[in-house]
Design a protein around this ligand. Structure first.
Ligand code: GTP
Ligand code: ZN
Length: 331
């Protein structure tokens, strides 16, 4: 173990995790956060020290939680072995490429997910909604970041379109290349805060990340890692330090609808529809031609829009397809 001057708070420790450690355990264990996962070992950081521990929990049954990046582990002070993974605030996972029945853990314990879209022809409310459904399903706080504000005369129009998706949704317009502009995101990137980015290719995620990391860009870091060890270690995923003191977790391969089950997320993002649908005469109303359909009535009255209705129906239909095999398996 190498000594550091890091505190648990700076690493993201909070009441959610503290509540899971008994006084007795606190006597012989200490918590560490998983900074990266390598082949055969995991890098961890705790109060005042960093080092490596074994990648598996002794005695864990197959199917038990194994640690992923961002996790908090309890380490036995005497043996230095991990005892258990502390209950997570949230977990990003996806279907394994090549085997849709398997799930892969991507990252745990993210405080804020920045959903990135650009202020140009690529902007799509439907796509933002799908990322929001994912964020709600995972249970992580979303902030929509609209990049490339320098390329439009109508930033307010883009902001208004995004805000209209959900009451109270936070939307921050930025020029991702300009540190003064990206400073709008500072609140979520300070000491102890963990963030992640979602968004389609080319919207400016890497640009934002490099601005938030300051001089310590991911490209620079890759070069340094190479120099330091003389060879590349195979890192699966890691936590990157932000200039303001927070942490960035990569979400490789997370797509809009990489959902295992999204019903809860859809119901949250489309809660206006879910609420009105409770007044449909039939509980299994498809909101098509049935008599007494409250949703069609609300659309006719103009309280709900047909465009949003169609996007909702599309997501519900996609979710039904994804969720069906999973439900059959669990029987
Ligand atoms: N004008 C302008 N260009 C930007 C801004 N943000 C990013 N770009 C440019 O947009 C292009 C794509 O940006 P990236 O940061 O690579 O996008 P990304 O989301 O990381 O894309 P992937 O790596 O494919 O997922 C680059 O040419 C950036 O220089 C911005 O705020 N304003
Ligand atoms: Zn109906």
């Amino acid at each position: 173990m190498e000594t550091t001057d890091e505190t648990l708070d700076e690493l993201g420790w909070n009441a959610h995790f503290a509540a899971q450690v008994s006084d007795d355990e606190a006597d012989y264990c200490h918590p560490v956060r998983v900074m990266s996962v390598h082949r055969g070992k995991i890098a961890v950081a705790g109060a005042g020290s960093r080092g490596f521990v074994a990648p598996s929990i002794p005695g864990a049954a197959p199917g038990d939680d194994h640690p992923t990046v961002g996790d908090w582990l309890l380490i036995d002070g005497a043996s230095q072995l991990p005892l258990r993974v502390l209950g997570r605030m949230n977990l990003f996972k996806r279907r394994a490429p090549g085997d849709p029945r398997k799930e892969q853990m991507i990252a745990a314990n993210v405080d804020t997910v920045f959903i990135v879209a650009s202020c140009n022809q690529d902007f799509s409310v439907a796509r933002l909604e799908r990322y929001l459904v994912l964020a709600r399903e995972v249970g992580v706080h979303p902030v929509v970041v609209l990049t490339k504000t320098d390329l439009t005369d109508d930033v307010d129009g883009f902001v208004a379109a995004a805000r209209a998706i959900e009451p109270g949704l936070l939307v921050e317009p930025v020029d991702g290349r300009d540190p003064a502009s990206v400073a709008r995101l500072a609140t979520w990137c300070g000491p102890g805060k963990t963030v992640a980015f979602l968004g389609s290719s080319g919207v400016g995620k890497s640009t934002l990340v490099n601005t938030l990391r300051g001089s310590d860009s991911i490209a620079t870091q890759a070069i340094r890692a190479h120099d330091g060890t003389g060879r590349h270690t195979t890192t699966v995923r890691e936590m990157h330090r932000l200039a303001l003191g927070g942490w960035l977790l990569d979400l490789p391969g997370m797509r809009e609808l990489q959902l295992t089950e999204a019903a809860g997320g859809i119901a949250e993002v489309f809660d206006d529809f879910a609420l009105v649908a409770q007044d449909c005469r039939f509980s299994d109303c498809s909101h098509g031609k049935e008599p007494g359909c409250a949703v069609r009535a609300a659309i006719a009255e103009g309280t709900l829009t047909i465009e949003r209705f169609e996007r909702w129906q599309k997501l519900e239909a996609a979710e039904a397809v994804v969720a069906r095999p999973a439900k059959r398996r669990s029987r």
